[in-house]
Ligand binder design. Structure first.
Ligand code: ADP
Length: 479
């Protein structure tokens, strides 16, 4: 099949979260299965034009009755033949950050920016002479393409089907209804069954209606988003389209996240010889300035400091946690209050070290050097770090939601089965008790921990398997 991936992020060119990893790894895996895959993202300020190949010609995208002339660049995904295209339009994408201004607020013209990108990336197919069988749209940023190819551009995409992947339902692309004019698909689609929600345009909602198939990044999340608790107001709308909804777990790129070959960690190790993990722990303690000791566990946390990731739960019990015989390392950035609180505790407590910012190398060091990994998310479409943790023999402590529930089996002290620690209630108490349980198991049941580590490290979440499931969804999209 000819498959066009349209997204706002793609590793390693532009990454804010897991979306970038999925677009990169899934498109490569589909190409390996024999498909002709191309990716298109905006050419952001951070992507240096001089490293890209210029595609001759001018791309014209008409939004709101006005023609916009954009440039096109291309490159390849690292270590593959997959072509990635970049839509270059300075006014919309020549900004320091991808989605937000310096105050962390979404750009006021995000609706216009990504409507432009959605239309421009459809126009791109004409310039590069690519007839996609599948347009694989991702999140609200390109969701409108599912409607565009069935309305305004119907004649150009008669044989094309659109698959929409929801990476995070919290972000739906809600904008003033005037965006309907820019989309140019007609006001008849501004109704509560299609693009309208609370008097605004909801791009994801409309995309879900028009998509030939919708996927989420884990099976559990596909079920959860049909409920009031996790549906962010769209649960009934999604339930109406449950017949075309599929949950496919993300895979992991084991060329990048693998302690056997990881170039960032102090000593490589694997399932057969875990001795290097001890060295990695000492190195992590050294790098973060923690006391070097092996008799207590380190708990790692990596992620965006936002409510979704359970930062409020952690904050509520942080002092009690730090009274326990353990060390903690946090890596991330996000909401100011969280950054400030964790930094403050960092300065008063010897056993917590916090690094505010984004740092790939430290992320690898934390995965390898920690004993336990904390992911107390309120909701988690898939989650990648807990899956990385498994391969690094770092046992996850997770809330049993979404992909966390799908990928972690709870420790059972009686049968000694499982490879992690789970809690169910989104309460600080449940989090605290589960950390304590994991800690006590680590301190007093070494045998169980060793078995769990080996079990965790032997789990494989392969992109190849996920890609085969996406293939089936593409076939369903033609039914
Ligand atoms: P989400 O997409 O919701 O942010 P995921 O767990 O799916 O969460 O993916 C997050 C990705 O971003 C992982 O690859 C993780 O290692 C990485 N990441 C998040 N925050 C940081 C950070 N501060 N430094 C380095 N890597 C980070």
């Amino acid at each position: 099949m000819n498959i066009l991936f349209t997204a706002s992020e793609c590793y390693p060119f532009a990454k804010v979260g897991g979306l970038a990893d999925v677009v990169y790894a899934l498109s490569k895996s589909l190409a390996k299965l024999g498909h002709n895959v191309k990716v298109v993202i905006p050419r952001y300020y951070i992507i240096d034009r001089s490293t890209l190949e210029h595609v001759p010609g001018v791309l014209i995208a008409n939004i709101g009755g006005k023609d916009y002339y954009a440039g096109v660049f291309k490159s390849h995904l690292p270590n593959s033949d997959v072509e990635i295209y970049f839509i270059d339009y300075e006014l919309f994408f020549g900004r320091k950050s991808i989605y937000t201004d310096e105050n962390g607020k979404g750009y006021v013209d995000n609706g216009k920016r990504f409507t432009f990108f959605s239309i421009a990336s459809l126009m791109l197919t004409k310039i590069i002479n690519f007839n996609p069988d599948i347009i694989h749209a991702n999140d609200w940023h390109t969701a409108s393409q599912c409607a565009l190819i069935k309305t305004r551009f119907r004649d150009d995409f008669k044989d094309t089907r659109c698959v929409l992947t929801i990476h995070n339902l919290q972000h739906q692309g809600m904008f003033d209804k005037s965006l309907m004019e820019l989309l140019g698909i007609g006001w008849e689609h501004f109704n509560s069954f299609e693009f309208e929600a609370l008097g605004c345009v909801n791009l994801l909602k409309g995309g879900i209606k028009f998509a030939d198939a919708v996927t989420t990044v884990s099976p559990k999340y596909a079920k959860e988003i049909q409920t009031l608790e996790f549906g962010f107001g769209l649960h009934e709308h999604i339930r109406a389209y449950a017949y075309k909804l599929y949950g496919i777990l993300n895979g992991v790129d084991y060329e990048v996240w693998n302690p056997k070959i990881d170039k960032y960690i102090a000593k490589n190790y694997d399932l057969d010889d875990l001795s290097g993990k001890k060295e990695c722990k000492g190195n992590l303690q050294g790098v973060f300035g923690l006391e070097i000791r092996d008799d207590i566990p380190i708990i790692g946390f990596i992620g965006r400091f936002v409510k979704q990731k359970g930062t409020e739960l952690i904050a509520t019990v942080i002092y009690r946690l730090l009274d326990l015989p353990l060390q903690m390392v946090f890596l991330g950035s996000g909401e100011k209050w969280t950054e400030e609180l964790f930094s403050k505790v960092n300065s008063t407590h010897q056993n917590l070290k916090v690094f505010i910012g984004y740092n790939d190398e430290l992320a690898h060091k934390i995965e390898a050097g920690s004993d336990l990994f904390l992911m107390p998310s309120l909701f988690e479409p898939c989650g990648l770090n807990q899956i990385y943790s498994l391969r690094y023999g770092t046992l996850p402590i997770v809330r049993a939601v979404g992909g966390l529930d799908d990928t972690v089996e709870n420790f059972d002290p009686y049968t000694k089965s499982g490879w992690g620690f789970k809690f169910y209630d989104a309460t600080p108490e449940a989090l605290f008790n589960t950390v304590k349980w994991a800690l006590e198991t680590w301190l007093y049941d070494k045998e169980a921990i060793e078995v769990m580590i080996k079990r965790a490290m032997s789990k494989t979440f392969n992109w190849n398997e996920s890609a085969k499931q996406y293939e089936k969804v593409y076939e369903c999209a033609f039914r």
